[in-house]
Design a protein. Structure first.
Length: 177
């Protein structure tokens, strides 16, 4: 596991442990790699509810409740499906936040979508952010990149929700006279 991903896992621990919020993951192309990185940090059991590997369209519909018609219309590798995966895993795991991935890591692709196209989504049921990765660097690198970028995007989201106090906020306040 890469050092950078472990650092991001510690940032997630800091935010979620301190706030008492929970996280779940719904992974297709990353096949549990995000969950593995999250649980590499001691203390993750306090906030990580767990995750699913919904690799097939069948699993996306049966486990996460993604509408089969949406998959047919937009393709499983789409922003819309990634968002529905976030909502589905939040419902399934009763979590506050979720991270989801769906894409073609390689070597083959489908429906005219190039290898290396991966959609990442994270957030709450009411606010979901997405990111599209493109470019084929080989299956292993595509997956490593998707895992890291998903973690990075979620940490950025948490930093915006729960900003760390600035150094100036840590200084003692002058007493009133």
């Amino acid at each position: 596991m890469e050092f950078e991903s472990k650092v991001l896992s510690k940032e997630i621990l800091y935010h979620l442990y301190e706030t008492g919020k929970t996280l779940a993951t719904a992974e297709s192309c990353t096949s549990g790699q995000i969950g593995e990185v999250i649980t590499s940090v001691p203390g993750a059991s306090a906030y990580y509810r767990g995750g699913t590997i919904c690799y097939s369209d069948f699993a996306k519909t049966k486990v996460l409740g993604v509408d089969a018609d949406l998959i047919k219309e937009k393709n499983a590798v789409s922003e819309e499906v990634a968002k529905e995966m976030v909502k589905g895993i939040i419902d399934l795991m009763e979590s506050d936040f979720a991270i989801a991935t769906t894409g073609f890591a390689g070597p083959g692709a489908d429906a005219g979508i190039p290898v290396g196209t991966i959609w990442i989504a994270c957030g709450t049921k009411d606010e979901i952010r997405t990111m599209k990765l493109e470019g084929d660097e080989g299956r292993e690198e595509n997956l490593r990149n998707a895992t890291y970028r998903a973690m990075q995007m979620f940490v950025q989201y948490l930093n915006e929700l729960y900003p760390a106090p600035s150094d100036i906020d840590q200084l003692p306040k002058p007493e009133a006279k």
